[in-house]
Design a protein around this ligand. Structure first.
Ligand code: NAD
Ligand code: DAU
Length: 355
């Protein structure tokens, strides 16, 4: 593939993926199409924005004409779709925007690719980045999601992602479009928007603010460092079998309360505070509606077929992540204050504030 379109590349995972591709494939042109919603921040890519093989297009994946122009002008042969509304709590408050971007946006992207590629599928690939949440929830005492697990989404977010996955499969089965889907577990690392559990907790420890833990904190997530996710997407895009689905996970389950305690231990040490000083910030709050109890991913297909495995241990990844948020106060302060929006509105125009 010579020219790859990554959508949602100014967000958390997308920015790591763009950086990975720009650096690893200097002969490949990486075009990042991003609407710059509240979750998109070009500062996440300030270190690669002047590279000759990188281009940014501000735009919406729902904008069929713009997507077609972008595909044609850049002779795009690979599309990796990460653009999405990604936060479960927001989906409970406003499901419509999730249907619009995650379902209709993916559909508009699929149709644009189909129309621009004219059924000449050789050398083309449409890769859709999805989530383990489409599979629903597991009991605490066992089981893992594999690629044959029945879809059973519970939140408006996971329902919208499930729907988009079905459209991608439909384009493969109906039109013969070469497609790939990966369903990944919870990511963590630098540049994650501080509405998500890990950056929110670290920032609240820093400011000695309450750390909200939903319910009793017993819910379990399977954590994967975002750089390992980027490496998995690279392996799947270049070596995955068209029409297939690959589960990606860290084999790294942790309850929310244990995770929060790990973050406190690391942050208190790095901030020079007494051991356990921030434990008093833990505040149990009302549970998330429809809160999935446990996720766990069986990624043996990906490991067996493509030789990928996670390379960053949880202990190492958490240490690096806590250190990054504490060392990058300017980034997190500009995001929490909203300054990042005002600055980029001057450069790229007004943001859609409805989201
Ligand atoms: P994010 O919210 O940090 O970033 C989403 C990006 O998409 C932002 O840059 C935003 O501006 C952009 N965007 C939103 N709507 C758009 C639209 N209509 N047109 C163009 N761009 C738009 O999300 P993330 O956590 O980086 O997740 C990226 C993808 O990976 C999503 O599809 C998500 O479902 C999936 N995923 C996330 C995780 C996770 O743990 N974060 C795990 C598995 C899968
Ligand atoms: O599993 C993959 C999914 O992981 C992705 O598809 C989503 O895009 C991503 O947001 C993430 O979803 P979660 O809902 O698991 O992530 P979040 O960080 O919002 O919450 C992690 C867990 O922590 C979850 O059980 C809810 C809980 N939580 C979350 C927040 C924000 C709290 O207890 N307190 C909080 O303040």
């Amino acid at each position: 593939m010579r020219n790859i379109l990554i959508t949602g590349g100014a967000g958390f995972i997308g920015s790591h993926l763009v950086r990975h591709f720009v650096e690893r494939y200097p002969d490949c042109r990486i075009v990042n199409l991003d609407k710059l919603t509240y979750a998109g921040n070009p500062a996440n890519l300030s270190d690669v924005e002047t590279r000759p093989n990188y281009a940014f297009v501000k735009g919406d994946i729902c904008d069929y004409d713009l997507v077609c122009r972008t595909i044609r002008d850049n002779e795009i042969d690979g599309i990796v779709n990460l653009a999405a509304e990604s936060h479960v709590d927001r989906s409970i408050l406003d499901p419509f925007v999730f249907a619009r971007t995650n379902v209709m946006g993916t559909l508009s992207l699929l149709q644009a690719a189909r129309d621009c590629w004219h059924g000449e599928w050789q050398g083309k690939m449409f890769y859709h980045v999805s989530t383990d949440e489409v599979y629903g929830a597991l009991p605490l005492d066992g089981g893992k999601f594999d690629e044959s697990t029945r879809y059973d989404p519970h939140s408006p977010y996971s329902a919208s992602k499930a729907s988009s996955d079905h459209f991608v499969r439909a384009y493969h089965d109906t039109y013969g479009m070469p497609t790939l889907i990966s369903n990944c577990s919870n990511n963590y690392g630098a540049y994650q928007f501080p509405e998500k559990l890990i950056p929110l907790t670290i920032n609240n420890i820093r400011h000695r603010r309450a750390i909200p833990v939903y319910g009793r904190g017993e819910n379990v997530r399977d954590w994967l460092h975002v750089e390992d996710h980027a490496r998995a997407i690279d392996a799947i895009l270049h070596r995955g079998r068209a029409g297939e689905t690959y589960n990606i996970g860290g084999n790294n389950e942790c309850s929310n309360i244990d995770l929060v305690r790990m973050l406190i231990a690391a942050a208190d040490r790095l901030l020079g505070r007494a051991e356990g000083e921030s434990l008093s910030l833990i505040t149990f709050v009302e549970d998330r509606a429809g809160h999935d109890l446990r996720y766990a991913i069986d990624s043996s297909k990906l490991q067996r077929e493509l030789g990928w495995r996670p390379s960053i241990t949880f202990a190492e990844g958490i240490e690096r992540t806590v250190r990054w948020y504490l060392d990058n106060e300017a980034w997190i302060d500009s995001v929490t204050s909203g300054d990042y929006m005002r600055y980029y509105e001057e450069v790229y125009g007004r943001r859609d504030r409805s989201i």
